[in-house]
Design a protein around this ligand. Structure first.
Ligand code: PLP
Length: 375
């Protein structure tokens, strides 16, 4: 990214823009356009709303954690009526609940179902394919709008196959970039709905962006240096292969859970079908302060763990295992947590790191047998 900024109206930029806009489609698993804004993820949340909805529209959302709460607030500031299904911050959006609520909406008042795929505050991943199947069974025309800010390029996510209408994403997690770029992948249906959506929009207007993108440009000054980084991130993902990237994240998440369970601590996510592969939220035993543990680990080992957010503040810490991350980095991370638990006097069982290592590199007995047979 540390390169000279080029003329964003010139031919070299056009080649760069076309390459990344095309390359992004593979990561979203879509053949539809992916639009890119110089903004953090919150901007792309807003873009999804203002391009598809009108003031007074009803939408269905689920309380999965801190980020579903913030997204709800954005929608309400635009005059959207949010039916917010309460949740305990330990489970994802429930497909059966989606079906029940849409089934009883015979007038089709709901214009969208809005779900956070991977709730970053808890480490719970909602089952988007099942939610789409529920919407289809209810024969409901609402749009499906999904936030993949902490799952895209880390966990399997299929914009086309799961018939998602708008996918919201950001640069700073699975795409391994600094913050500052965010994305909307949009379906044909979302694009056609946007023609009659009446919320005011200017900076976020898909139509201006699509028009400029066709010519390899942006309607305003793009974040050229982040786009250089994005080109490299896309090349790295392609080189490793998306399926391998997802397997790597799944393995690291499994090893992390093995450590946490061996320590005898409680994972925030209650349903194993909803375990996140990009982060793991962990409860501290009652009476122990997660922020104190985090600050001991930061002071002693210079490692920053994720804080518990809003309802979970002081109760939970989060281990991130996403992006450009390998087995040794995970081993170091978990060692830092285990040493921190000791230093902080948090009651736990020993052996978490060993359990994780066994998960990452299982005993080779079987391999030895098969090698000697082959020989
Ligand atoms: N949605 C999720 C799931 C997030 O994790 C975040 C940020 O971490 C956001 C939305 C908001 O994105 P940003 O902070 O980039 O504006």
């Amino acid at each position: 990214m540390d390169r000279p900024v080029i003329d964003h109206r010139g031919p070299e930029f056009t080649r760069l823009a076309r390459e990344v806009l095309e390359g992004l489609r593979a990561v979203f698993q879509t053949t539809s356009p992916v639009l890119m804004y110089p903004a953090s993820g919150t901007g792309a949340w807003e873009a999804a709303i203002v391009n598809t909805l009108s003031s007074g529209d009803r939408v269905l959302m689920f309380e999965t954690g801190h980020f579903s709460q913030l997204w709800r607030q954005v929608a309400e500031r635009f005059g959207i009526q949010v039916e917010y299904v309460p949740g305990n911050w330990r489970t994802g959006a429930q497909p059966a609940e989606v079906e029940k609520r849409l089934d009883s909406d015979k007038q089709h008042a709901f214009k969208a179902v809005m779900v956070v795929h991977n709730e970053t505050s808890t480490g719970v991943a909602s089952r988007i394919a099942e939610i789409r199947a529920s919407m289809n069974r209810a024969l409901h025309p609402a749009l499906l709008i999904v936030d993949t800010i902490s799952s895209l390029a880390s966990m399997d996510y299929r914009h086309d196959e799961w018939e998602v209408d708008v996918t919201v994403a950001g640069s700073q997690k699975g795409l391994m970039l600094p913050p500052g770029l965010s994305f909307n992948a949009i379906s044909e249906k979302a694009l056609s709905v946007s023609e009659s959506a009446r919320l005011p929009r200017s900076y976020w207007d898909w139509r201006d962006m699509l028009g400029a993108n066709k010519a390899g440009f942006f309607p305003f000054t793009p974040a050229t240096n982040l786009i250089y980084g994005l080109r490299e991130a896309l090349a790295m993902l392609q080189e490793e292969g998306l399926a391998s990237v997802f397997r790597r994240h799944d393995r690291h998440a499994r090893a992390t859970r093995a450590a946490v369970q061996t320590w005898g601590l409680e994972i925030v996510c209650q349903d194993p079908r909803e375990y996140s592969s990009s982060l793991t939220g962990v409860y501290l035993p009652r009476g122990h302060d997660a922020d104190r543990l985090r600050s001991i680990i930061l002071d002693n080992f210079n490692m920053s763990l994720g804080a518990g957010l809003s309802n979970l503040a002081g109760k939970v810490f989060r281990i991130g295992h996403l992006g450009s991350f390998n087995d040794l980095m995970l081993a170091g991370t978990l060692s830092g947590v285990e040493m921190g638990l000791r230093l902080a006097g948090v009651p736990h069982r020993d052996g978490g790191v060993t359990a994780a290592l066994e998960c990452l590199a299982p005993p080779t007995e079987e391999k030895g047998v098969s090698v000697s047979k082959e020989n």
